[in-house]
Design a protein around this ligand. Structure first.
Ligand code: NAD
Length: 487
């Protein structure tokens, strides 16, 4: 693969035991979200390719575990360097295939290299402990890999989510079988090739290009799967957890969100407005942490509504390849239809549309799944726009009168992935941050994430934690070895 076009044209072949393997199942088309043109098509890897990946992981995983931990770390550091070397090609391919603005795609690739650097450092620091017990017995508590882990990733941030999960899984000494979204497999495959080039043994990493219902379900339901790690939508996540549970295997679920940001009257409004515009319109709202609900204190409500509307109207929408574009198209015709339906339903329910709501003007041509940055004010807390993940650039603003009411509104839904509080009163900001039920809460900030901090949802947004030391606990298990000093 020498150019982006080569990468995208394919053949899109799974990477199994170090070898490209083409599927023989149903035809899957890859569509450019900005032009609606078909980039290429490939055949579903299906059950047989999934089986090949699981089989290859047995020997590949054993080889990887035989490396010294420090050597595993060196391999991952080499992978980080290779990802940086190939950064522009990876970013351009990601941008084209997933409709992600090129500036964002470059940032995603840089983050992925950072994940490998970060977990390279962890590879030889995963240690256990010693417990002294009754009769002078000692217990050695070791931390051991799970064996083979299956990772299922979505289309909205393909290489980011692949690197996010592959790096810690490998650092902990597991073999990883990754199934990217059938709609965006190419950059995950490119990443797989770079990992092999860095020195990960064939089979310790496999990338399965195929459908969820065939290849995905086969991987997750197999007893060789030590854990199913799923990033995607709520309904699929629940199905994946049930499939894994049927063979007694655990799951980690990173699902959708409906995050609320609470803005008090004493907030720095310039910063709050800028960050919350980025929070909802970044990634065209197709992000699990999209700041899709804004709860605003009544005394500043009209001001904030006007400023968010103005910001939305000025938000630069354009082709993903343009470095000045801040928001590209939605990912697919299905997504455009679903977001348009949510907008219509909000209008029918009496929410006040103050920006967007239709295809933006000024685009180069009529093609692409574009929708303008959209802001609704006066959204009733019980309306779907305030409760369900729309996964598009649609903001719901709701007023509140008191701190207690703001907390109740923020905690009123099912999806508790992230949230934010804006206030110059430090005590109140901390009080509200602690009261918001979410895996991540920002104070006077939004959407800043780092691999050094645990990340994950509460309640409907999933369970388990990705990133930081917490994810290494997810990818290992403790093992107690009892020593009898009399023996
Ligand atoms: P999706 O649930 O449709 O698909 C996700 C993956 O699951 C795909 O790879 C798909 O092929 C696979 N899949 C489908 N059926 C399966 C089955 N029966 N068994 C195994 N695998 C199966 O999600 P999507 O539309 O690709 O992604 C968007 C969703 O992802 C949003 O809800 C978003 O919030 C969520 N997301 C969450 C996080 C997070 O960290 N919490 C990050 C990114 C995206």
């Amino acid at each position: 693969m020498t150019t982006i076009e080569d990468a995208l044209r394919g053949p899109v072949a799974s990477l199994i035991g170090g070898t490209p393997v083409e599927g023989e199942g149903a035809e899957i088309a890859l569509i450019d979200p900005a032009t609606e043109e078909q980039l290429t098509s490939y055949r579903d890897g299906g059950m047989s390719v999934a089986e090949g990946a699981l089989a290859a992981a047995e020997d590949g995983g054993a080889a990887w575990r035989s490396f010294d931990p420090a050597t595993r770390g060196a391999v991952l550091a080499r992978a980080a360097a290779l990802i940086r070397d190939e950064g522009e090609r990876l970013a351009a391919t990601e941008s084209r295939a997933a409709g992600i603005p090129i500036t964002d795609a470059r940032a995603h690739v840089a983050k992925v290299a950072g994940f490998f650097d970060y977990y390279a450092g962890w590879a030889d620091k995963i240690d256990g402990r010693v417990i002294t017990g009754a009769g002078g017995r000692m217990t050695l508590v070791d931390r051991v890999p799970l064996g083979t882990v299956v990772q299922i990733t979505p289309w909205n941030a393909p290489i980011f989510t692949a690197g996010w999960q592959l790096a810690p899984a490998l650092a902990a000494g597991n073999a990883a079988v990754l199934k990217p979204s059938e709609h965006t497999p190419v950059t995950s495959l490119m990443l797989g090739h770079l990992l092999l080039e860095a020195g990960v043994p064939p089979g310790a990493i496999s990338i399965v290009a195929g459908l969820g219902a065939t290849a995905g379900a086969r991987l997750v339901g197999d007893p060789r799967c030590g854990k199913a790690v799923f990033i995607g939508s709520v309904p699929t996540g629940r199905k994946v957890a049930a499939t894994a549970a049927a063979s007694g295997r655990p799951a980690l679920l990173e699902l959708g969100g409906k995050s609320a940001a609470v803005v008090f009257a004493d907030a720095d409004l310039d910063r709050a407005v800028a960050a919350q515009l980025g929070g909802i319109f970044g990634a065209a709202g197709q992000s699990c942490t999209a700041g899709s609900r804004l709860l605003v204190e009544r005394t500043i409500y009209d001001t904030v509504v006007a400023r968010m509307a103005e910001g939305a109207k000025n938000w630069r929408v354009g082709p993903p390849s343009d470095p000045t574009t801040r928001m590209g198209p939605l990912f697919s015709a299905d997504r455009l239809n679903a977001v348009s339906a949510a907008i219509e339903s909000a209008q029918d329910a009496g929410a006040r549309l103050v920006a967007g709501g239709a295809r933006p003007e000024g685009l180069p041509d009529e093609r692409g799944y574009y929708i303008a940055p959209t802001v609704f004010a006066d959204v009733a807390p019980e309306h779907a726009l305030a409760r369900e993940e729309i996964f598009g650039p649609v903001l719901a603003i709701t007023p509140f009168e008191t701190e207690a009411q703001a907390i109740a509104l923020a905690n009123g839904g099912e999806f508790d992935l992230a949230g934010a509080v804006w206030s110059r009163d430090g005590a109140r900001a901390l009080r509200v941050a602690r009261a918001i039920r979410a895996g991540t809460v920002w104070v006077n900030d939004y959407r800043t994430l780092g691999v050094q901090a645990p990340f994950g949802g509460m309640r409907g947004s999933g369970f388990g934690r990705s990133s930081a030391a917490e994810v290494l606990a997810e990818y290992t298990q403790s093992k107690a070895i009892w020593l009898d000093p009399e023996g």
